[in-house]
Write a protein that binds this ligand. Sequence first.
Ligand SMILES: Nc1ncnc2c1ncn2[C@@H]1O[C@H](COP(=O)(O)OP(=O)(O)O)[C@@H](O)[C@H]1O
Ligand SMILES: [Mg+2]
Length: 253
Amino acid sequence: MAKIVAFSNQKGGVGKTTSCVNLAAAIGKKGKRVLLIDMDPQGNATTGVNVSKRNTPHNIYEVLVGECTASEALVRTNYRNLWIIPSTLELAGVEYDLHQMESHEAKLKEILEPISAEFDYIFIDCPPSLGMITVASLTAADGVVIPMQCEFFAMEGLTQLLMTISKVKKHSNPRLAIVGILLTMYNGRLTQTKQVVDDIKRYYADKLFATPITRQVVLSEAPSYGEPICYHDPYSKATLEYNDVAKELMLRI
Ligand SMILES: Nc1ncnc2c1ncn2[C@@H]1O[C@H](COP(=O)(O)OP(=O)(O)O)[C@@H](O)[C@H]1O
Ligand SMILES: [Mg+2]
């Protein structure tokens, strides 16, 4: 069965999608079969792997509400060993539909079960909230990766997220583990960065991925070409950093 990993942080713009897409592509390139689940109505992971939000036959919303199966919604990307179940803006309304269902937290887990054996990893790109979509994602997951930007309010956000994770563990998914905290848009020369890193190390040293992802323009350009960084610029520092994290992630889960 696939190892299911959710990329979650209720803050927007912290590098969830960038990390989810680039790690999925890096691991696919290494020969493992990876499925991306785009659980953000914005659909940035979908466009990030060059899949059109308008022309896909099906999307994750339709799967969640039972209009099609996960298997029918799979889209093979142009990249090695990389599939995606795309998202569209329709997903924004799913919280209402989920509310009507019994055991809605377990819905994503349930729909992924029939295809789980086809993949080594399933990566879920969560939206920037701690709402029902995130709870359903954490309930489906074996582990969670927390991308974090080293700024002043990062620690507060982390505390809140960890509380949600422990609630999910208690109520719907006791096996949920924290795979790691990933520092993104890292700039080691900033005092603020040093302070946040010190704080994280003080409390969660064992959770921190050894390699931070530095801030690099190429990482913000790659999505506009629909290309993960390891295809867009294979010899860039960003590719090397995401490769290191990919290796560490595979050892951790
Ligand atoms: N290491 C980085 N260096 C430079 N830009 C980055 C980096 N990581 C992410 N970005 C850019 O920052 C923005 C937010 O990243 P994104 O992954 O979409 O965050 P989230 O999914 O958490 O909202 C995007 O425009 C993305 O291209
Ligand atoms: Mg995102």
